[in-house]
Design a protein around this ligand. Sequence first.
Ligand code: PGA
Length: 260
Amino acid sequence: MKVLILPDEQAAMQRAADIVARTVTATPDAVLGLATGGTMLPLYEALAQRHREDGLSFTKTTSFNLDEYIGLAPDHPCSYHSYMQEAFFRHVDIDPARAHLPKGDAPDPQAASLEYEALIAAAGGIDLQLLGIGQNGHIGFNEPTASLGSRTRVKTLTTSTRRANQRYFASFEDTPRYAITMGVATILASRACVLLATGDAKADAVMRMVEGPLSAACPASALQLHASATVILDKAAAGALTFTDYYENVHPGGRDSAFD
Ligand code: PGA
């Protein structure tokens, strides 16, 4: 894993934006895997700004989001369809027909999950997958003990995840219990991935992901198996790591090393 430690959240997010911009500029028809959550909001803002000011274009880009709640129609204000529309899609020139999310309101969510995997395969697989991490070590909605061989499917959310996401809903009871999520193996099949984590609430999960044992107890630790995983952190999220000197030696100030 490439561990890049940036001085603060703003710098970490710009570093992640650099990688997305570089990918889309080098390969305009790149397939991006996109993530939701509070951490990603400033990243989408930065990409929208680069679209407005620097002409960064997504017209040929295809995207697949990691997950969507089951039972929420796309136009529900708390759906990830709405999140993506508000945070990113409506600010850039991506073709809506090529911007995919799982269908949380499908009559048969399991069948919709299989179709989603097939769509990703038909697009040629994911070139760059963006990821956040939950305080419990989840990636997408792959909660602790999720199969490391899993593909897109229905997952039951943990109480801790529902509590973390309750702030977007009227109450805990209104917070969905189920989601369709890409599996751990779907994520591992991406050609490159970038995980962005900021703030000290993520420090323990980040330590278990990067330095802990490979274990379904921390699904993000599966990224240790990925041949091209970049973890972008601010100092707070890096606070529980042991080998910080090494990471800073290889990537001073979060820069790429000569051998990347
Ligand atoms: P957050 O969510 O960015 O809102 O903390 C990340 C996640 O749960 O994957």
